[in-house]
Design a protein around this ligand. Structure first.
Ligand code: ADP
Ligand code: MG
Length: 344
């Protein structure tokens, strides 16, 4: 008897998650939002409790050849805090689970936890538990985070309305270019160990890759300005991929303008140096951990002078029509590539 076998790469990461999610339904009244957003939403009485988890795997998400353990610890916390921010919430507790190989010394674990501690201090979250086990092939670090949001402030991926303005914080593509620089310098070093890596010029890009920050201050700024985002997501896979999630879950289309997509000058120049198209890096690079959100047009005045919030387009009523107006004024379909760890 032969059993059929399907490759995960055919479904892709999102297809696989959808398949899992279709097979489950929520049984508890307190489970307000399950699979499908940046964090789960749980009714905790006066507030909503937020719960999310993210795993980083050696060889897939990081290379210890260029990622110092301290930075890895910091990043693992920051990316989790970012998912709570993407629900318009504030992170409060984390648990940290590690699978370690015998390659790691006590000092190496200390370094990892120095980074975790720095992030806990910076984001004011408490380490409250975890799990420790061994691994045969590489380091795995999995962090879960809880957070809290007032019930009337929670922001889902699905709430965008027609004509809402699409906003993104900071700048995009820098973390991806930082990775390209690190990979290139590592190759140079492997072929000639006497060559010292020349990273100074690329410091901003490398720091965006190695030490990303969650945009927690934006959550406070929006509340202070009296703005509730109609939808929100953090940019982990790439702007295009995240725009698709907002469009799909809100049941509408996206229209953005190429010249409005924020790209740092150094990102732009370095992309050109690497023979890459800067806008492609910004759209598909990923790991920026900026916040992407939509607001009602009537709220635009309240945030338009914020130095770190950029409006890049608007929502329209034609579902699945996700478009970018190029600098030349032509209309190009957006493509969501994102990261596909299952692609062969
Ligand atoms: P993010 O990029 O914000 O971390 P993901 O794309 O990883 O989000 O996940 C999207 C949604 O799918 C989330 O709600 C997440 O909890 C859920 N999810 C991911 N993997 C699994 C899994 N193996 N089983 C159940 N839910 C999952
Ligand atoms: Mg997310």
């Amino acid at each position: 008897m032969s059993e059929s076998r399907s490759e995960i790469s055919q479904l892709g990461e999102f297809g696989l998650i959808e398949r899992i999610s279709n097979n489950f339904s929520l049984q508890n009244a307190s489970s307000v939002k399950g699979i499908g957003d940046d964090a789960a939403v749980i009714d905790a009485g006066d507030d909503y409790l937020l719960l999310s988890t993210d795993m980083l795997v050696e060889g897939i998400h990081f290379d210890l050849g260029y990622m110092p353990l301290q930075h890895l610890g910091y990043k693992a916390v920051a990316v989790n805090v970012s998912d709570i921010a993407a629900m318009n919430g504030k992170a409060e507790q984390i648990t940290v689970s590690l699978a370690l190989t015998n390659r790691f010394s006590v000092e190496a674990v200390d370094a990892l936890y120095q980074g975790i501690k720095a992030a806990c201090a910076n984001y004011k979250v408490d380490l409250v538990g975890g799990d420790t086990t061994s691994s045969v092939s590489g380091l795995v670090i999995s962090i879960s985070v809880t957070g809290r949001v007032k019930k009337d402030r929670v922001a889902y991926r699905s709430g965008a309305q027609v004509n809402d303005i699409i906003c993104v914080t900071g700048d995009l593509g820098a973390a991806f270019m930082g990775l390209q620089v690190l990979v290139r310098e590592k190759e140079v070093f492997m072929t000639d160990p006497n060559m010292q890596p020349d990273l100074e010029k690329f410091e901003y890009l490398v720091s965006r890759q190695l030490k990303p920050e969650a945009r927690t201050e934006i959550i406070f700024d929006l509340e202070e300005a009296g703005v509730k985002p109609t939808s929100m997501i953090d940019v982990s896979d790439g702007l295009a991929s995240e725009l698709f999630h907002i469009g799909k879950q809100s049941g509408m289309g996206i229209r953005i303008f190429e010249d409005k997509v924020p790209i740092d000058e150094l990102t732009f120049q370095t992309a050109v140096e690497f023979n890459l198209d800067p806008i492609t890096c910004a759209l598909n690079g990923g790991e920026d951990y900026e916040l992407l959100f939509t607001i009602a047009q009537s709220d635009y005045e309240k945030i338009k002078n914020h130095p770190d919030i950029h409006s890049i387009g608007y929502m329209h009523d034609k579902k699945d029509q996700n478009l970018m107006i190029s600098k030349q004024g032509t209309v190009v379909p957006l493509r969501a590539q994102g990261w596909d760890h299952f692609a062969s």
